[in-house]
Every structure is written in C-alpha cells, then in structure tokens.
Design a protein around this ligand. Sequence first.
Ligand code: HXC
Ligand code: NAP
Length: 272
Amino acid sequence: ITGGGTGLGKSMGTYLLSLGAKIIITSRKMDVLIKTKEELEKDYPNNIFAVASDVRKIEDVENVINESYNHFGKVDYLVNNAAGNFISPTERLSAKAFEVIIDIVLKGTCNFTLTLGKRWIKDKTPGAILNIATTYAHTGSGYVVPSAAAKGGVVSLTKSIAAEWAKYKIRCNAVAPGPFPTKGAWDRLVPPGFSKFFDIKKRVPLKRVGEHQELSNLVAYLLSDYSAYITGEVMTIDGGEWIYNAGEFTYLDKIPKAMWTIIEKTIRRKRK
Ligand code: HXC
Ligand code: NAP
C-alpha cells in the first residue's frame, strides 16, 4: 500500500490485516511508517513490513518490491494510494507545482504498476492492482487541476492495463472516492474557516461524508477473489455526490414540498 502510513491507506491496511493479509506500507517519511507499523503490530505482530520510498523515483520503487519479496517471499496485491494535492487557482501554480502532483499521482502509480507487473508476468503469478482515483477524475474540477489531470490518467491507466494484462491473470481496478475526511486531505483542501462558507455534507445527497471502513470494504472486495470477474472497473463511492451535483434538475430539492401542488396545477393548466 503506497501512502500506507496515514489516512485512507492506513485504514485500508488495518482492515486488510484483520482479514488475514500481511501488508507492506511505503511512503517518504520513515518515521510515520514506523509509528503506524508499531501501532498495528500490537494486534498483528510480524504482519507489517515498512519500507521508505518516493513513488516518483523508479529506483526507490524497485527497492520496495525487492525488499518486500525478500521479506515476505511474494507480493499478491498492489494498492496505488499515495497522492499529493492542494487547492489553488491554476494560474497561481508554478511548473514545479504542477509537476509535483502529476509525478506523485500518475508517475508514482505507473512506477509501481510497471515494476510489480513485470515481476508477476516474469514469475507467471496472478495479481490484483487497485488504484485510488477520485470522482473528479471523470468530471474534471477547477482548483485541483493537476490532481484532476493526474487522476484522469490513473483511470485511463487502470482500464488500459486491465485490458492488456488480463491474459496474465492480472486484474486492475480503481475506486473513485468522494469526501472521506483525513488529515492529509483536509489540511490541503479544506483550510480552517472554510466550513463557515461551505458544508461538504450538503453536497452529498446521503448528507454525510464517507467512513473509512466503507472504503476499506470496497477495496478489500476488489482485491479479493470475490471480485475475480471484475477488471478495468472504476467504482465510485461518494454517497451520490457527483451525480447529485451533475444532475440538471437536482436543484429542485430546494422547492418546499407544499409548492409542488401549485407547480403541478400550473403545468397541467398549460397543457389544457
Ligand atoms: C501553490 C504550492 C502549494 C500551494 C506547494 N506548492 N504547495 N503552490 N499553492 N498550496 C508548490 C511549491 O511552491 C513548489 O513549487 C511545488 O509546489 C512543490 O512543493 P514542495 O513543497 O517542494 O513539494 P513536496 O515537499 O514534494 O510536497 C508535495 C506536496 C505536499 C504535494 C506539495 O502537499 C505533500 O507532500 N502532499 C502529500 C499528501 C497529500 O497531498 N495528501 C492529500 C491527498 S488528497 P516551486 O515552484 O515554488 O518550487 C487527494 C484527493 C482528495 O488527493 C479529494 C477529496 C474529495
Ligand atoms: P494522505 O493521508 O495525505 O495520504 C497520502 C499519502 O501519500 C501519505 O501517506 C504520503 O506519505 C504519501 N505520499 C505522498 N507523496 C509521496 C511520494 N512522493 N512517495 C511516496 N508516498 C507519498 O491523504 P488521504 O486522504 O488518505 O489520501 C489517500 C488517497 O485517497 C489518495 O490517493 C487520494 O487522492 C485519495 N482520495 C482521498 C479522498 C479523501 O477525501 N480523503 C477523496 C478521494 C480520493 P509521505 O508524506 O510519508 O510520503
């Protein structure tokens, strides 16, 4: 699990451990990884391997895969979860700022997919890849343009790899989460004071944000053999958020129930 020391990566890892998996967590900050490893080891001793890497650097990625094979003997699954993001008007971004997000999200996902995929193909072992996208990978979104572009690339990579590597018994799927509060995301996307002006829950027809366990359930399913016939799929998990805000007439939610009798009468009268 890339980015497995914090946030959603940590939650997914914890759930996978509870289902009997052994996990490898990797990210840039070894101190964060060690802290997570020590915390999880209380319940799952010897089942967590932590190794630092920058997903942008292919030599780091190759080292993670080699070290993981040395440690556990094999690797069956890959969760491309590491990401970088922050809100900003696009015209304020430097080329470096754009590049850093594209490199972590898209290049990082490519680096791990390529390195582990080559190994699986060489060893003739099956595998499953799960990429963490987001809903705006499909719709696009202002103010997170590098992330939207990179996640769009991840969705395309997911489908393309699924098509090409099915013959090697390698599946590749993605999930597209809506809002699931984490420190990493909220520090960069929901600055203090924002809640006065925007209530994220109001954008979601189910009127709440996602629970980490709900995402972990989906991830576990898509990695497991229960989903053996699913590949190249991107599953949205957002409480209906994107479809709600995209729908032409969803704004009619704002009309008080009592007004519908008058509206109906008006429409019927016009028909006559
Ligand atoms: C404008 C910014 C900026 C900001 C950084 N930069 N923050 N520009 N506004 N807020 C610019 C810097 O000035 C620099 O450009 C370039 O970006 C690289 O910044 P560094 O700090 O040198 O990069 P680095 O140390 O590698 O940090 C990467 C990072 C950081 C992405 C900027 O935020 C990070 O480490 N993020 C990891 C965790 C994360 O982002 N989690 C959120 C995931 S949530 P110059 O030109 O000045 O050198 C998500 C989806 C959520 O992905 C969807 C919710 C619904
Ligand atoms: P997070 O806690 O900030 O997770 C991001 C992780 O990526 C961190 O552990 C970070 O660790 C790691 N990372 C960043 N740059 C890296 C690099 N160059 N090399 C290796 N690791 C790197 O945020 P999160 O909310 O849990 O996000 C997890 C995933 O969910 C991301 O893919 C994100 O796009 C996606 N997502 C989140 C939400 C949400 O609402 N939270 C919604 C949609 C999609 P280091 O700093 O130690 O490197």
